[in-house]
Ligand binder design. Structure first.
Ligand SMILES: Nc1nc2c(ncn2[C@@H]2O[C@H](COP(=O)(O)OP(=O)(O)OP(=O)(O)O)[C@@H](O)[C@H]2O)c(=O)[nH]1
Length: 339
């Protein structure tokens, strides 16, 4: 067998062992459980910055150097090992240095002899400096935490901004609807104006074609309204326009699209009504209007032109037809429906 060391005496071999220990571990301790004497290597003192051999050789020296926050944990581990609950003793904790700062060490120990009653007769262990390693770990944990906090606050800010944006969008959508409805509404009568006529009629033409339903367009105009204005004033005229609007609106269906074309002219789109059916409805409207006394001093009548959509009609074709028929109603003496 190959031998590395040849010692002529036990004290020689002790010397070698101590030197080796001094090189490979930083601080060796050797506790005699019966005398309670703890022998510590020079490295043990050097690691903590103390003058070699300055402390009393007992366990209290060690206990007094342990950081108060770590003390219960260390003792718990130590007790578990000594009592046989745990197979190993290895614990990391902070030890007080000569300059009152604390050094992170790992402490490992092994019972090398027990008394017949099971109590520890001798235990040997070593301290190793792990301060840099723990500091690096702590730094990393701290950085991770900062990163996490940063991420969290970023997420919070994004969520807040998203919420604010959604709110702004809602407000904007409401404003758009508001503006659109103002733009498409006649300010005097509060019904639709001619702005959306083309798109409304187009929509209904597409539906009429798709479902092969009839569709009829109506245009009506107040008779001799100029005279009413001239005689009773513009304000009375306005009032009459509003009252006629209300009467018509109350006597047509929700699906019918009713708009003020301009001046004293109005249009109605009657989806799913034939010319004949629309004629009957308009006749009813004509009577209601003519019977209605807007004020004590003025009453009006209306003339109606009616035209049903024919397949292939453009909006213009239909409109021209209806306009001609309104003209006919006027020509034939007013206060009548022409289809
Ligand atoms: N009070 C009031 N009058 C209006 C308004 N818009 C248009 N008018 C008037 O409506 C009248 C329309 O007159 P005309 O187009 O000549 O027709 P009319 O007198 O109704 O005669 P016919 O249509 O031929 O039966 C004009 O006097 C316009 O000033 C309005 O908003 N308010």
């Amino acid at each position: 067998m190959h031998k590395t060391y040849q010692h002529s005496s036990a004290s020689d071999s002790d010397k070698t062992l101590n030197n080796i220990l001094d090189v490979i571990v930083e601080g060796v301790w050797d506790w005699n459980g019966n005398t309670n004497i703890v022998t510590r290597s020079p490295g043990w003192y050097r690691m903590l910055g103390y003058e070699v051999g300055i402390f009393r050789e007992d366990v209290f020296t060690w206990e007094n150097l342990i950081h108060p926050e770590d003390y219960p944990r260390v003792m718990h581990q130590f007790e578990r090992y000594i009592s046989g609950v745990s197979d190993t003793y290895q614990v990391e904790y902070r030890c007080k240095k000569s300059d009152d700062s604390y050094l992170w060490i790992v402490d490992r120990g092994t019972i090398v002899a027990r008394n017949p009653d099971g109590s520890v007769a001798r235990m040997i262990g070593a301290h190793n400096d792990i301060h840099q390693q723990i500091m690096a770990q702590t730094d990393l944990i701290e950085q991770n935490k900062l990163l996490l906090d940063g991420n969290l606050s970023l997420e919070k800010r994004i969520a807040q901004k998203t919420f604010e944006l959604a709110k702004k969008n809602q407000q904007l959508e409401r404003k758009i609807i508001e503006v659109e409805s103002v733009a498409n509404k006649d300010p005097l009568t509060q019904i639709a104006n001619r702005k959306s006529f083309k798109s409304e009629l187009n929509k209904e033409i597409i539906r009429a074609n798709r479902y092969l339903h009839p569709l009829t367009l109506v245009m009506f105009d107040l008779d001799n309204f100029k005279e009413v204005n001239d005689k009773h004033g513009h304000k009375v005229g306005d009032n009459i326009l509003c009252n006629i609007t209300r009467l018509v609106d109350e006597n047509i269906r929700v699906v019918d699209w009713f708009a003020r074309w301009g001046g004293d002219e109005f249009v109605i789109i009657f989806p799913e009504l034939t010319e004949k059916e629309a004629h009957l409805t308009c006749e009813k409207l004509r009577v209601i209007i003519s019977e209605y006394r807007a004020t004590n001093i003025a009453s009006v009548t209306c003339s109606f032109g009616i035209a049903q959509y024919q397949t292939g009609d453009s909006i213009n074709d239909l409109f021209q037809r209806v306009d001609k028929r309104l003209y006919m109603a006027k020509e034939l003496g007013r206060d009548q429906v022409y289809s």
